[in-house]
Design a protein around this ligand. Sequence first.
Ligand code: F6P
Length: 414
Amino acid sequence: MLYAQSGGVTAVINATAGAVIEAARRRQVKVLAARNGIVGVLREDLIDTSRETSAAIAALRHTPGGAFGSCRFKLGAIDRDRARYERLIDVLRAHDIRYFLYNGGNDSADTSLKIAQVAEALGYPVKVIGVPKTVDNDLALTDCCPGFGSVAKYTAVSVLEASLDVASMAESSTKVFVMEVMGRHAGWIAAASGLAGNGPDEPPHIILFPEVPFDEAAFLARVQATVERVGWCTVVVSEGVRTPDGRFLSEAGGRDAFGHAQLGGVAPLLAQRIKDRLGLKYHWAQPDYLQRSARHLASRTDLAHAIAVGKAAVAYALAGRHAVMPAIVRTSDAPYRWKIEPVPLAKVANTEKVLPKGFIRRDGYGITERARRYLSPLIRGEDPPPTGKDGLPRYVKLKNLPVARKLPPFEPAD
Ligand code: F6P
């Protein structure tokens, strides 16, 4: 079995990796991992996970980041990128890989699907399973995505805590706190911040979603009104917020291999506008990678999802399923109940699930009860990592010993 991690990593993607390796070990299946996702497969840069102790594999459960390295690397259309696809199959064949598990978001689902199709066309017998992960929570056909519950918890808790700070300072100092969250084109993480409070006077007072075009005048009027009424104001802004003509309010510059603009920097921009137009003192925060790596505050529910999709992916592969992804299916909100079911990769690849209209309050600045019902179980429970005497978490660093190469070198870069 070959396992690889892809795209932006999360606080719990390694828990999925650990679950995959443990489940495969129980079935006496050897697991190789690719270093840096599909790039490692193309380079034949493979890791032998059987050289890791069971304690090290178990510790993946509580270690953030991507233990084998990840990548943002786009494979082109099958007919135009033939050499790379053939190389991938050559590498799988050289190492007798019968199961390929690719752990990523929608771009990675596309990559997995293409590999599945090429393997079929070339007659190479490999079962390809996409394993879901993304803090953006934008994968189709799954109720939520492993990684999201933890970033949602971090965001809601941070808004709650920072708002207590602003409230203390507001009388004679800071009046506005602006926090920027990830999520690309989808407002799921921004929505999760809404769990921090309830009602118009509790933070966050204003949430700016990518799904709602930004109206500067209306926004500033709302900040002003909130400061007059409450004394201070907490704003959460999604990195993907756009102007009415569709431009991102802030692009950090540059694009990744999939053509996605690198977003970031909208919080300082809005904070400065607030200072210039309203004369209010502000603080702003862009948690950036902190939000998706905060394993110390991971959601136990999210962790359970991450482990479950890993186990299911192994079971599906060994049962001969092909080109599917284990999806999380919610069977009840309260009590929260869920199960895992396979869905076709073809229906997941390249689609983006944005916030439904019914999750955004009619005024566009907050979440509805329906959103709350959906979000609230996902942040429940904790599973803190063990800490040492030095007060730091005991995160594991795997040996990641290479598998001997069997093929000539190949450089995947354009
Ligand atoms: O896709 C997950 C995500 O964290 C997005 O929310 C964010 O825009 C992006 O990754 C950042 O990607 P990178 O780490 O490649 O810059």
